[in-house]
Write a protein that binds this ligand. Structure first.
Ligand code: ADP
Length: 468
């Protein structure tokens, strides 16, 4: 492998995986082939050894019973029979002098010099006799005889060797395509396995380049760690997109809503400066300016709260609190306003309705709801407030008024930022109250519902998860 390929492999993960796959496949191939080769070799050798030792046992018997002449006559007998003699049989003394030599049929006329030196000290030796027209290879096994001489039996192993040579050739012939297949296979497997990562990289690049967070990584059908990563990534981008949209919407709202009060502030200041006026008029202009600024600040703070609550970044200081006591505190504050407007507030509290809440935020939300009930109920009306438990695990705060009510078609819109009902324009308000209430309640893990009939009144239900 060239050093530049190694360098590239170090940097390129898919190339590295491909190479690993190829290396492991080739190693597996070599191991399997080697095992098969040695298995074949040992079984062929065993077969030959079995044949040789049975021949030796037969000839040893003749030798032991009748000496060399017995062995000689047995081999002569065999040579005269129909069956060809395939084995080399040699008896030698301790000095390796041939006492007897019988060659296979096809070597008739060949002498020992042509065959080459045969050693009695080697248990097994291979010889390749240089005989014209005969290409052969012999394996000679040496056995010790009881009288101190040696008997050597040899058989031709050329076919065995040819088979093994062919096997080795096949190994090398298959090796190159095997490496190629391993590389292609490795590439395909890696390509498929890393497809989600490529999609992910492509999506991130497009987001970085265009700044548009609308792009999503295609989610595959298979369920693995990559698909989990992609689902999480898409979720994360979804949340970021949601946050950005929320911020944009808030900014648009702010830009839109801030223009009017700022223009009004400017007009107030301009008018005051335009002519010489008495101190009383200046004071009045300044107080109007302050009122307008406060309205502006309140609106900006509420918008910020809504945005943060919607994005989930509004920090809640939760503590275990009795919901009835919380509601009672708020009712006390709005009691005076209701009284001024000649509206009666009735309350009904259940005991022990505990929830883990941020008391300030819940007071803020309830304040908005009760304020609306009083605001949108004509004098002489009534506001009924109840706190109770709803099985299995909810605290319910119900605020019912018999005021102007809300038209059915407007009901879904009341939760939107800056929405104000047509009939409500005569009342003071920013159109942000219910949007904030909904966000705060949802941030607490609860939800809010409304039922309303025009001219009959409205009921708001706040559900909060209960602490058991
Ligand atoms: P605001 O009260 O400042 O207009 P809110 O967000 O609190 O804004 O309410 C949005 C709209 O929902 C109001 O303008 C009004 O039309 C309607 N609304 C809210 N509460 C009531 C209620 N108790 N009775 C009738 N209408 C209501």
């Amino acid at each position: 492998m060239s050093s530049s390929l190694l360098d590239r492999a170090k940097r390129n993960f898919s190339l590295r995986l491909t190479l690993w796959y190829a290396v492991v496949s080739v190693i597996a191939y070599v191991v399997i082939f080697t095992l098969a080769y040695y298995n074949l070799l040992s079984s062929l050798k065993k077969e030959d050894e079995k044949a040789i030792s049975s021949i030796f046992n037969k000839y040893r018997q003749y030798y032991n019973e009748d000496g060399l002449s017995g062995l000689q006559s047995q081999i002569a007998l065999e040579r005269n029979s129909e069956k060809p003699v395939l084995f080399l049989v040699r008896v030698a003394d301790q000095d390796n002098h041939s006492l007897f030599l019988s060659l296979p049929d096809k070597w008739q006329g060949v002498d020992l010099v042509q065959i080459g030196p045969i050693n009695i000290n080697m248990k097994i030796q291979k010889i390749r006799p240089k005989i014209s027209n005969i290409e052969t290879l012999f394996e000679i096994h040496t056995f010790a005889l009881e009288d101190g001489n040696f008997m050597q039996i040899g058989n031709e192993i050329i076919q065995r060797e040819e088979l093994l040579t062919r096997f080795r050739h096949i190994f090398f012939a298959v090796m190159i395509p095997a490496i190629l297949i391993a590389l292609i296979g490795g590439y395909l497997v890696t390509f498929k396995a890393l497809l989600p990562i490529r999609h992910l990289t492509g999506t991130i690049k497009s987001i970085v380049k265009t700044g548009e967070v609308g792009a999503r990584v295609p989610e595959g059908k298979t369920d693995n760690q990559f698909s989990e990563l992609i689902v999480l990534f898409n979720d994360m981008i979804g949340r970021i997109e949601h946050l950005i949209e929320g911020m944009k919407e808030s900014l648009d709202n702010v830009a839109h809503e801030v223009r009017t009060p700022i223009t009004r502030l400017r007009v107030l200041a301009e008018n005051a400066l335009a002519s010489d006026q008495d101190i009383g008029s200046y004071r009045e202009a300044l107080s109007d300016c302050m009122e307008e600024s406060e309205r502006l600040i309140k609106m900006l703070n509420t918008l910020m709260d809504i945005s943060e609550a919607k994005a989930g970044t509004l920090k809640l200081d939760r503590e275990e609190g009795d919901i009835s006591s919380l509601v009672e505190e708020v009712v006390e504050v709005y009691g005076y306003i209701a009284e001024e407007k000649n509206i009666k507030i009735n309350t009904e509290y259940s005991e022990g309705v505990m929830a883990l809440v941020d008391p300030n935020r819940i007071r803020q939300a309830l304040g908005n709801l009760i304020d609306n009930s009083v605001k949108y109920t004509p004098p002489g009306g009534m506001v009924n407030i109840r706190v109770y438990k709803k099985e299995p695990k909810e605290a319910v705060i119900e605020i019912r008024d018999n005021g102007i009510g809300i038209d059915e078609k407007d009901l879904p819109k009341i939760w939107e930022r800056l929405y104000r009902g047509d009939q409500s324009r005569s009342q003071k308000g920013l159109g942000l109250g219910l949007s904030l209430v909904k966000s705060i309640v949802e941030l607490h893990g609860g939800h809010i519902e409304v039922k309303s009939r025009p001219n009959f009144g409205s009921t708001f239900f706040v559900y909060l998860p209960i602490k058991e």
